[in-house]
Ligand binder design. Structure first.
Ligand code: FAD
Length: 317
């Protein structure tokens, strides 16, 4: 019996989402009376530090960092068998989501995605909750299959230090061959990755065009925030698709979400309404987003945002 956590390191090092997954795995293991094992694949700088967040053991499989869901799922499936994992934990990232589905199918296992609660042991199974109906309600699922699979909502389980760094051990599994050749990998450098960001500055169609995004980037740069956007903005290529938040985009839970020139359609809110504090800047006082806002500024963004940037620049100086 064990909790197996996939600690992803697709760019060669362990990121916050992997630490969160281990923090979750540790608490799940505590509830289940077992231990948390972290598995990394390929280069994974900082893997030993996962012991700090509760991994009793950290294993590494020597394989490529180029993500191939088929190959990674095969490795994780073999590791889950080898370590006798009852629960397999993933971050709710795009790779985590694709692997969780594959593992659940492979083991005929119950799957909960974007979980928001640590499992409790009850009725011979595990009970895990998640937000449903765009975060307007919570549902609790009873998972009663032998193996269970879960992806965890981002920015929900803060990694806190509960242990000490451990030595990373190698583990070998049968080599799997995939059908994917990665030709080019584009990573966003210098910017804060959106799913991990504590502060997010987001803008929508009110910006009128991509040439006006300088004031948004300036605001995000001053605050050390990630940038995001509404879906229509990504659809018309004003902004890259990976910035699109909402029901069909990235779901985020930052401490602060600043929405500029975004109306607040339900599909947009679905991805951002778990933010701790929401600030809305919109010239239309009837914009639906104001109903979800903690603070609102009714005004023309081309007037308000430069003034905000100027005020923050003075504050920083
Ligand atoms: P608009 O609705 O056009 O709003 C622009 C806002 O800017 C308005 O409120 C306006 O008052 C304000 N504004 C204009 N000029 C200024 C100015 N000068 N100063 C200040 N404010 C100004 N959308 C998402 O974002 N994410 C999703 O994941 C998503 N998924 C969807 C899934 C489905 C199945 C469907 C049907 C739709 C989905 N949508 C999604 C689209 C969603 O319904 C809205 O159409 C979209 O969110 C609107 O984007 P917007 O707020 O940028 O644009």
């Amino acid at each position: 019996m064990a909790v197996l956590v996939f600690a992803e390191s697709l760019t060669g090092s362990i990121k916050k989402i992997a630490q969160e997954a281990v923090a979750y795995g540790y608490q799940a293991a505590q509830a289940m009376g077992t231990e948390c094992i972290a598995l990394t694949i390929g280069q994974a700088d900082g893997a030993g530090d996962l012991g700090l967040y509760g991994a009793a053991k950290v294993y590494n499989v020597d394989a490529s960092n180029d993500f191939d869901a088929q190959v990674y799922a095969s490795i994780l499936g073999q590791a889950a068998d080898k370590f006798g994992a009852d629960l397999i934990v993933f971050a709710h990232s795009s790779s985590g989501k694709s692997l969780a589905g594959r593992l659940a199918a492979r083991f005929d296992a119950a799957l909960v995605t974007a979980a928001t609660s640590i499992p409790t042991v009850a009725d011979g199974g595990l009970h895990i909750s998640k937000g449903v109906f765009s975060g307007k309600a919570f549902a609790t699922y009873a998972l009663k299959t032998d193996k269970k699979v879960v992806t965890i909502a981002g920015n929900t389980f803060r990694p806190t230090e509960v242990g000490a760094a451990v030595a990373v051990e190698s583990v070998s599994v049968d080599a799997a061959t995939g059908r994917i050749t990665v030709k080019e990998l584009n990573t966003v450098t210098g910017a804060v990755p959106l799913p991990e960001a504590e502060l997010v500055v987001s803008a929508g169609r009110g910006m009128k065009g991509p040439e006006n995004w300088g004031i948004i980037e300036e605001l995000a740069g001053t605050l050390g925030a990630a940038t995001a956007c509404s879906r229509p903005v990504a659809d018309v290529h004003w902004r890259p698709h990976h910035e699109h938040v909402g029901q069909t985009g990235v779901a985020i839970r930052p401490t602060l979400y600043i929405a500029i020139g975004i109306s607040g359609a339900i599909q947009h809110l679905a991805g951002v309404n778990q933010s701790k504090v929401i600030v809305v800047i919109n010239k239309d006082p009837e914009a639906p987003f104001f109903k979800a806002a903690d603070y609102g500024v009714v005004g023309d963004l081309f007037d308000v945002v430069p003034k905000l940037n100027a005020a923050l620049a003075k504050f920083k100086a």
